[in-house]
Design a protein around this ligand. Structure first.
Ligand code: ZN
Length: 384
């Protein structure tokens, strides 16, 4: 048995925990850059209380998924005297904040440090202290050590990755997710599900992350449909927030697979497509093709047993075979009206370029079986 595990320095998980943000933030400095998504109402309600805690702040709105340009602007803003960075929002706001915190204290420019399209240099200086406050139950970005950034000119997304990116505090308040509309609940929840299945069958899975995946899969099975149908079901929302955290802990330490291998380049090609929606469109097909490939390659591959266990947790049927898990996920996606990839603007003639980029994606390295080009093409065309 062997594993390494790294996560946020401090995790606070509690309904109402957002009220404690001013006090917690003040421990790291007097002036904070607060990075939010499109919806600023909630954060202004919160930052009004910063003053009482002796904290001032600058708001930085990061509409949509972060690009290199957004990060450059945020860094300029943070360099005006900010001593810490708070990401308050979905995965995009959190990743934006994470990257700004890192690049504010490091010279040069984002591409110097970016994987794949950049020079991939290691960060030299410790980032500004960074606090992550997720308002969706989805990406687990509050505990991951990478920020996914888009570069429109390269038409791709790539990661800034370093153990230094881990948050000082991950503050998870399930109440922040109560008002999410059903489509965002579905997309983010299915991203969570993907991020529990892929690390569980990953070549980098370990006994520690396995526990998170099993617990998280059970919670998604029990709670995602409830949270989708009745947004104010407290227990279901809390369970999904926890599952999302577990998915972040798992993926940051055990890697991902073919679904995220596709989602990264797709996110770069289709600018406004939500990450979770892309994962959801691909997940059931990727599971089916992976399982079939594992059976064809023979030798009772250990990942098949993983898929079987996942199927049993998800369906509640102790005799479920691996394929039933994929079928269960497919039904779940249909019930939540998950649209296919073409609804996000993908054209059929973009598929060859997509396959090429997906095969090289970092996440693909965790996939339990090396898929052949025709198998990748099958996943893409089923999800199309
Ligand atoms: Zn994801």
């Amino acid at each position: 048995m062997q594993f390494e595990f790294a996560t946020a320095a401090h995790i606070v998980f509690r309904s109402g925990a957002a009220d404690e943000l001013p006090k917690i933030a003040r421990e790291f400095g007097r002036r904070a850059l607060v990075v939010t998504g499109r919806n600023q109402d909630r954060v202004t309600r919160l930052t009004r209380r910063f003053k009482g805690a002796g904290l001032s702040c600058a708001l930085f709105s990061a509409a949509g998924e972060p690009t290199l340009e957004t990060i450059r602007k945020g860094v300029q803003e943070a360099r005006q005297g900010c001593e810490l960075v708070i990401g308050f929002g979905g995965g995009s706001a959190i990743d934006t904040a994470k990257a700004i915190a890192a690049l504010t204290t490091n010279s040069g420019e984002p591409l110097d440090y970016l994987e794949v399209i950049g020079r991939g240099q290691p960060l030299e200086n410790a980032p500004l202290p960074f606090i992550a406050v997720p308002t969706t139950a989805g990406t687990g970005a509050e505990v991951t050590r990478n920020a996914v950034l888009g570069s429109p000119e390269h038409g791709i997304k790539a990661s800034l990755r370093s153990a230094l990116l881990l948050a000082k505090v991950a503050l998870i308040d399930p109440e922040l997710t109560f008002d999410l509309p059903p489509d965002i609940t579905a997309n983010t929840g299915l991203d969570t599900l993907t991020q529990l299945i892929e690390p569980y069958v990953s070549v980098k899975a370990n006994v520690f992350t396995d526990q998170f995946c099993r617990e998280g899969l059970g919670r998604v099975a029990q709670s995602l449909t409830k949270a989708y149908r009745q947004g104010h079901d407290h227990a279901a929302r809390e369970s999904m927030s926890f599952a999302s955290l577990l998915s972040g802990l798992a993926l940051a330490n055990a890697g991902l697979g073919v679904v995220h291998g596709f989602a990264a380049p797709l996110g770069g090609m289709l600018h406004d497509a939500p990450h979770g929606g892309l994962c959801a469109a691909i997940l059931p097909h990727a599971m089916a093709v992976n399982i079939r490939a594992l059976r064809h390659r023979g030798n009772n591959h250990p990942a098949l047993e993983r898929y079987r266990e996942a199927a049993r947790i998800l369906t509640g049927d102790p005799h479920a075979e691996a394929e039933y898990g994929a079928a269960w996920v497919s039904v779940l996606c249909t019930r939540m009206d998950v649209p296919p990839l073409r609804t996000y603007g993908l054209e059929r003639d973009q598929i060859p370029a997509l396959l090429d980029k997906a095969a090289k994606a970092n996440s693909m390295k965790g996939n339990p079986v090396q898929l052949k080009t025709d198998e990748l093409a099958e996943v893409a065309s089923l999800a199309f």
